[in-house]
Design a protein around this ligand. Structure first.
Ligand SMILES: [Zn+2]
Length: 270
């Protein structure tokens, strides 16, 4: 028996969050209820409500039994699922862009070609060059912010070109793309008066282009139909006949996407 042998018998409400496999559920304050309930919030976050007597073991069993239902609900909400991928801003860490992984180099040496290229523009903190991500060593303490900004800037330009043929297929002259942090959603969009645009999570830019296309198509379809009705899916199918394979791949590959979590020194394991 390990050091956590008794943890399962502990009352659920001693935890603020229940982490089980790739799911994290916020534990609601105990209420005078007799059953356990899982609530999937609109943003894809999960809450577990349980009677005061519930144990961690009982809650884990309940989540295990409900797992297919939880995944189905998360998929309906366009939610990303999966464990929090944690990064460290150290030499050799891997970061993905458009489906390929690149190692990180911390730039300190002013004599290197990349460092001098970066020196020409002091605002450049991240650069993808010669098959590696280069980050100014002075920015490593807040590397996540620098990387997010890079995905938004560089990836945003890529997305604005990439969406054009799909938007044309939908019958839109032009559709803008805003890259932002959308929590647990790949994208969001709703029809507006005037120029149309879609929001894409910066983390989406780690995916292969074929899956990013699916996210773009999905959000473009939301410009015509807000909810996931049969009409919505027929619009998606019209734009991208083979969308189902991408939808399925996204649900599995999405677990490996980094959402910005950074390891404190020495605490990469949770
Ligand atoms: Zn949707």
């Amino acid at each position: 028996m390990g050091p956590h042998a008794d943890a399962g018998a502990a009352p659920l409400h001693e935890l603020t969050a229940l982490v089980t496999g790739d799911l994290t559920l916020q534990v609601a304050p105990p209420s005078e209820r007799t059953t356990i309930e899982i609530v999937v919030e609109r943003d894809g976050s999960l809450n577990i409500k349980a009677p005061p007597t519930a144990t961690v073991t009982r809650a884990r069993e309940f989540v295990a039994a409900k797992r297919p239902w939880i995944y189905r609900k998360l998929a309906e909400k366009d939610a990303l699922t999966g464990p929090a991928v944690v990064k460290q801003f150290v030499e050799g860490e891997g970061f993905a862009y458009l489906g390929r992984s690149y190692r990180l180099t911390l730039v300190t040496d002013a004599s290197s070609a990349v460092a001098s290229a970066m020196a020409t523009d002091p605002r450049t903190t991240v650069r993808l060059d010669r098959g590696r991500f280069h980050l100014r060593a002075s920015e490593a303490a807040d590397g996540a912010t620098a990387m997010r900004r890079w995905y938004a800037d560089t990836g945003g330009q890529w997305l604005r070109r990439r969406i054009r043929p799909w938007a044309a297929r939908l019958g839109e002259q032009s559709v803008g793309v805003e890259v932002r942090d959308l929590g647990y959603r790949w994208g969001s969009a709703r029809p507006m008066d005037g120029p149309q645009s879609v929001n894409i999570h910066w983390a989406t830019l780690q995916l292969p282009p074929s899956l990013i296309d699916y996210v773009l198509v999905h959000e473009l379809a939301h410009l015509r139909e807000t909810n996931h009705t049969p009409e919505f899916w027929s619009i998606v199918a019209r734009l991208m006949p083979a969308y189902e394979i991408h939808k399925t791949t996204l649900a599995s590959i999405g677990k490996n996407v980094w959402l910005g979590s950074v390891a404190e020194h020495g605490s990469i394991l949770s």
